[in-house]
Design a protein around this ligand. Sequence first.
Ligand code: 4AD
Ligand code: MG
Length: 428
Amino acid sequence: MVEIRELSEHVGESVELSGWVETTRVHGKVAFLVLRDGTGIVQSVLVKKQLGEATWDLLGGITQESTVAITGEVRRDERAPGGFELGVEKLDVLAPAPEYPIQPKEHGVEFLLDHRHLWLRSSQQRAGLRVRAEVEQAIHDFYYGRGFVRIDTPILTGAIGEHAGTLFETDYFGQRAFLAQTGQLYVEAACAAFRKVYCFGPTFRAEKSKTRRHLTEFWMVEPEVAFADSDDNMRLQEEFVSYLVERALENCSEELEVLERDTAPLEGIRPPFPRVSYTEAVERLRAGGSDVEWGQDLGAPDEVALSEGHDLPIFVYNYPKTAKAFYMKENPEDPRTVLCNDLLAPEGYGEIIGGSQREDDLERLRARIHEEGLPEEAYDWYLDLRRYGTFPHSGFGLGVERTVAWITGRHHVREFIPFPRLMNRLKP
Ligand code: 4AD
Ligand code: MG
């Protein structure tokens, strides 16, 4: 059996293909069947005289998404999508399909999400998920190439990683457990074993917000580097994000075309990215008419306003302590702030990365845990990292779906995870 993506190696040969029927069209004694096999699409041509009556009669009953096997000669044809055509010699229907729910017309997004298991087969969805797969591979290649060790962190945990407000809680044999909001605390431990590490996996937030940027289950890559400060951290982020964009441009040009992405804004993404302190950002926003107060976290509209006029992602660094998580290192130059950054993607996509230098002082960290009302017992092991050979270290988390939504230029993150989990959606 041959895959459609390999047809160029089989020109002039007779090959067998298998897949699903996209469309059929009959014109008198000639018919066309567009076959999708998951690796590509090919138009096959059926001629009544050559196929015989019995096979020709099959054609009328072949519906969209029926499973078929086709044998035929591979011909080069510049006009055909993909550049090849199949001259059919033999056609077998392996499985029929009753009327397919997704038709080439406008469907509401709720309908499409209800049929996500089938919607995946559509061209734009295939394109988007291929870009995601390329970005995921690029993530591993980037860190592997730089000598990072991949650490798989637990999904069930007893320690709150970020905020108490968005936890999924479960009963763990009589103990309270949470689905991990982040792998960070664990990569911090592994950092002292391997120096440069990263985790990559699903993370969970019981977000009650129905926005285009929030999922309740999303994938995050979290590098952590020993002896790196907040500046080193931002440098790693800009190199990393530039690499992901470059890989998508290099290996997903067809997919980006299917998604109608204007790639011009992506071509120029390379370091260094502009940096603005939180305090300057608030001044700029206020000068632009916003009523944001120093001390508040920045909202989505603030992020969009800050990115305006920038073709590159921008860093906003050193937020107020009150707006950020307990583990961030106090800024020695202004203890009201912490050494951290968000990275805001251009074109209105907002935050794709949150990162920081970590508090490495035992007493300060313990005090922050108390201030946030977190239970110290759950963090005894985490505090050990500051007891036994503490060290400066920094890291960040990049959300894969938000990054892919930006790279593909699409509106909503839900199309960039195969089976999105949203506040009102657990199925399929
Ligand atoms: O800024 P966040 O909450 O940072 C952390 O979790 C840190 N522990 C990371 C670290 O330093 N190791 O989340 C990081 C990124 C966000 O910038 C965003 O891209 C993504 O994760 N993210 C979400 N993506 C989709 N849906 C949600 N509900 C998300 N929440 C965060
Ligand atoms: Mg954040």
